[in-house]
Design a protein around this ligand. Structure first.
Ligand code: KG4
Ligand code: ZN
Length: 338
């Protein structure tokens, strides 16, 4: 197939993003307007504020993506957009923008699954990566272990039973006064702490080797903080951060390696905001090296929400003939594989 260039849009949470991607792997532009500063004031993402900000920014962000890529709409082959899962208001802004572009320009419209986007960030970073492989997706809203059988074909091995890994990072960060977003802040503070200072639990989910549960760990951290306060023992934030982070990293690493070994696949990738965590990257790199498994990870900027990853996923949808109509709607609870 000749060259395929796609304008991709991502607005599922608090990043207003647009990118132009060629043949799924070559990023011509990747514009991200982060609303983080705005939501920091409230200690988390406020959906209504996010929606309003997306509306304000989306046109400018799309225009800038086209300009940086030195492309006009008439040079493109399709427009792609995240239509779920995510926050309904924010998703609707991106979906409406993509539909407007599609209607006005006649370009075909492709709806993309947000998690498929995260997984596909690996195709941008690693030009040689092809399915099948095992992928751990850990973000603010999702923790999944999947086998990527083929482009667009996923088998979910495990998922979180309660909080997502990123959610646990955010909640613990808030409890120790680090503020929002918690993941990067814990990552940084943990570097000064002792990961073995406090024995937090490594939650097992009874009947599954692959499912995760992080709410027990979060409660254990909160209980520890409360009991220190009651006993008048000073809290070392760095030790709490490092010990909590180690507990998350241990569980994610153990489950991932169990999945890789049992699937008999020699390729393992990570994706999602938590995949930018330095301790997790180190632990997985070491675990893969010991087992002689090829380890793939996107650069941190492609781990957190962006539209380039949506453009990568959209390319494989495009070549498989996927097209959506102008009745495409936001689906906040969209499951992988639907
Ligand atoms: O993938 P993402 O940008 O958005 C979702 O789809 O949810 O992930 C955001 C999540 C947040 O919970 C954030 O705290 C976490 O990823 N995160 C991190 C790091 N950077 C972002 N968690 C741990 N360590 C990091 N360095
Ligand atoms: Zn995401």
């Amino acid at each position: 197939m000749e060259s395929v260039t796609i304008l991709a849009i991502e607005t599922s949470c608090d990043e207003t993003a647009a990118a132009v991607v060629r043949n799924g792997r070559e990023v011509l532009s990747n514009v991200i307007y982060s609303q983080i500063d705005l939501h920091t004031l409230y200690g988390g993402v406020v959906p209504e504020i996010a929606s309003r900000k997306h509306i304000e920014k989306i046109n400018r962000v799309m225009e800038q993506a086209l300009k940086e890529a030195d492309r006009e709409l008439s040079d493109l082959d399709a427009v792609a957009v995240t239509y779920g899962p995510g926050l309904v208001g924010p998703l609707l802004v991106g979906v409406s923008a993509a539909k407007a572009v599609s209607f006005a320009s006649g370009l075909p419209l492709i709806g993309v699954h947000h998690i498929e986007g995260h997984i596909s960030a690996n195709y941008i970073e690693h030009k040689d990566l092809e399915p099948p492989f095992v992928c751990l997706i850990a973000s603010g809203g999702h923790s999944h272990l999947v086998v990527v059988r083929d482009y667009g074909k996923y088998e979910v091995l495990g998922r979180t039973r309660d909080d997502a890994a990123g959610e646990a990072f955010d909640k613990v960060a808030r409890a120790i006064g680090l503020g929002y977003p918690g993941g990067p802040k814990i990552d940084k503070v943990a570097k000064e702490g002792n990961p073995d200072a406090i024995a937090f639990p490594r939650a097992k989910v009874g009947d599954s080797d692959y499912d995760f549960s992080f709410s027990g760990l979060k409660s254990a951290v909160l209980n520890y903080l409360n009991s220190c306060e009651m006993k008048g023992i000073p809290i070392c934030r760095a030790d709490v951060a490092a010990s909590f982070q180690k507990a998350v990293v241990d569980v994610l690493t153990e489950h991932s390696m169990a999945a890789v070994e049992r699937c008999g696949l020699r390729k393992f990738a990570i994706a999602g905001g938590v995949a930018s965590n330095s301790a997790l990257r180190q632990a997985l790199e070491k675990a893969c090296e010991e087992r002689e498994i090829a380890f793939y990870r996107p650069t941190p900027l492609l781990c957190t929400d962006n539209a380039a990853m949506i453009g990568a996923a959209a390319y494989y949808e495009y070549v498989q003939g996927v097209r959506h109509g102008l009745d495409l709607n936001a689906v906040p609870g969209l499951k992988l594989g639907e």
